[in-house]
Design a protein around this ligand. Structure first.
Ligand code: URA
Length: 429
C-alpha cells in the first residue's frame, strides 16, 4: 500500500506550530493503528501537540478519527432513550455507582463503559469487582441484554472501542503527554461517543485531587469536550465540580461500594446524595424525562431494586458481605478545634499506597484497602477524636500511607473560617 503521507512531515508540521489537515489527521491515526506510524513517531507527535496544542477543527477531526478506528455501538433498538455520564476522576468519587441505577429507575437507559483506576483516583470497575462474583467483561450482546432487561449496565469497554485511543493513551502515559487538553478531550470523547449514548453529562473535577487542579484549565477542558460531543450529534453538558476534599466519607473499593449502597438505601453522606441527584436531573433533562424526581427513587427503593438487578445480571451477589481489610489504624486529633483542611490528593495517594489503587496497569488492587473519613472540613473535633481510619491487607503499607498524609489535615481554633470550593462550581452547555 502506498502511504499518503510521511510521519516525519506530519510531526514537523505540528512541531513548527502548523495546523494539521483533516487528511493528515485521518492518515496518522489510521497508520498508527496499522503499525505504519511507529511508537516513537507518535510519541514525537503527541509531544508536539502537548507543546503547541490543536485548534477546534483539529480536535474534532482527531476525535472522529479515533472513533472510526473501531466500532461504534448502537442502542437505537432499545425501547428507552440512552444517556451516560463521565467523570474525569477524583478521590472518593463513587457517584457513578448510585447514579446509574437512579437514572435507570427514572426511565432512561444507561450504557456505562468504565475503566480501572490508575494513580490516586479509583476506577469504577475496581470498585464493583469488590462484589462477590461481579463480572466487568461482557460481550456486546450481553451488554445489550442487561441494558434492555434492567435499564443500565456498567462494564469494561471491549478492545474494539476506539482502539487508537487505547494504544495512544498507553503511549502518553509513559511519555509525559497525558496532561494536554486536546489529547485528554479527544481521548475521553472518542470513547464516550463510540459508546453510542444519545446524551452525555460530564463531571469535570477541579481541586487538588483532580486531574485539572486549576479551575480555568478545568473549564477549558469542559468547554472543549462539550463542543466535541455536540458537534458529533451527542447532546452534551458538563458540570465543573469540587475535588479539593474527598467526596463522601469512604475512599477505597469495597468501602465506596458500601457507601453507595447506603445512598441507595436512602442514607449516606449529603455531598454524595447531592451530586447523585444533580447529575441524575441533568441526564434526565437531556433525554426529555423531566416528570420524575430522581431523589424519590432513593426514598422509595426503586433505585436499590435496579442496583440489585444490575449486579445480579452481571453475576454478582448484592447481598454478599463486602471484603474487609485485615488491618486498621486510626489517626487521632492531636488537639481540639475545627477541622480546616482535608486534602483530597494526599488522602487519594494514601489510599492508593494502602493497596486501593495500582501503580501499573497489570497490578491487582485490594478490595478492602482504603480510608474511612470521620471528620470533614468545618466539623468540630475534640483532642483524641478519630479523624481517619486506614485499612490495608499488608501492615507494611501503613508507613507509606502515613507519610502521604503528612500535612493532609489541619485543625484550627473554633470559628476559623473554612475555605472550600462549592460542590458544583459551574455548568457548561
Ligand atoms: N481519561 C481518558 O480516558 N483519557 C485521558 O487522556 C485522560 C483521562
Amino acid at each position: 500500500m502506498v502511504e499518503r503521507f510521511a510521519a516525519a512531515d506530519v510531526i514537523r508540521a505540528k512541531r513548527d506550530k502548523g495546523v494539521l489537515s483533516p487528511e493528515q489527521i485521518d492518515w496518522v491515526i489510521d497508520a498508527y493503528v496499522r503499525g505504519v506510524v511507529a511508537e516513537e513517531q507518535m510519541a514525537a507527535l503527541a509531544m508536539s501537540i502537548f507543546l503547541n496544542g490543536m485548534n477546534d477543527d483539529e480536535i474534532v477531526q482527531w476525535t472522529d478519527a479515533m472513533i472510526r478506528s473501531g466500532e461504534r455501538m448502537d442502542f437505537s433498538a432499545l425501547d428507552r432513550p440512552t444517556v451516560d455520564k463521565h467523570s474525569t476522576g477524583g478521590v472518593g468519587d463513587k457517584i457513578t455507582l448510585p447514579l446509574v441505577p437512579v437514572v435507570a429507575a427514572c426511565g432512561a437507559a444507561v450504557p456505562q463503559l468504565s475503566g480501572r483506576g490508575l494513580g490516586h483516583t479509583g476506577g469504577t470497575l475496581d470498585k464493583l469487582e469488590a462484589i462477590k462474583g461481579w463480572r466487568a467483561g461482557l460481550t456486546a450482546e450481553e451488554m445489550f441484554n442487561v441494558l434492555q432487561e434492567v435499564g443500565c449496565v456498567i462494564c469494561a469497554a471491549g478492545p474494539g472501542l476506539a482502539p487508537a485511543d487505547k494504544k495512544l493513551y498507553a503511549l502518553r502515559d509513559v511519555t509525559a503527554t497525558v496532561e494536554s487538553i486536546p489529547l485528554i478531550a479527544s481521548s475521553i470523547m472518542s470513547k464516550k461517543i463510540a459508546e453510542g449514548a444519545s446524551g452525555l453529562v460530564l463531571d469535570v473535577k477541579t481541586g487538588s485531587g483532580a486531574f485539572m487542579s486549576d479551575p480555568l484549565q478545568a473549564r477549558k477542558l469542559a468547554e472543549t469536550m462539550v463542543r466535541i460531543g455536540n458537534d458529533s450529534g451527542v447532546r452534551t453538558k458538563a458540570l465543573i465540580t469540587a475535588m479539593d476534599v474527598p467526596l463522601g466519607l469512604m475512599v477505597g473499593n469495597a468501602l465506596e461500594v458500601q457507601e453507595s449502597v447506603d445512598v441507595l438505601a436512602g442514607g449516606g453522606p449529603a455531598d454524595i446524595i447531592a451530586l447523585t441527584v444533580t447529575f441524575a436531573r441533568e441526564m434526565l433533562e437531556l433525554v426529555g424525562l423531566t416528570d420524575i424526581d430522581p431523589a424519590e427513587t432513593l426514598r422509595d427503593g426503586s433505585a436499590m431494586d435496579v442496583w440489585n438487578r444490575m449486579i445480579g445480571a452481571q453475576g454478582g451477589d448484592p447481598a454478599a458481605p463486602l471484603p474487609v481489610a485485615k488491618h486498621s489504624q486510626q489517626i487521632l486529633a492531636s488537639n481540639g478545634g475545627v477541622l480546616t483542611q482535608l486534602d483530597a490528593l494526599k488522602v487519594g495517594v494514601a489510599a492508593w499506597r494502602l493497596g486501593a489503587g495500582r501503580a501499573r496497569k497489570e497490578d491487582p488492587v485490594s478490595a478492602g484497602a482504603g480510608i474511612q473519613i470521620h471528620a470533614k472540613p468545618g466539623d468540630q473535633i475534640a483532642a483524641g477524636d478519630p479523624i481517619l481510619t486506614l485499612y490495608t491487607d499488608d501492615e507494611d503499607r501503613f508507613a507509606g500511607a502515613l507519610s502521604a498524609l503528612d500535612g493532609a489535615t489541619d485543625i484550627g481554633p473554633t470559628g476559623t473560617p473554612i475555605t472550600r470550593l462549592p460542590l458544583i462550581i459551574e455548568r457548561i452547555g
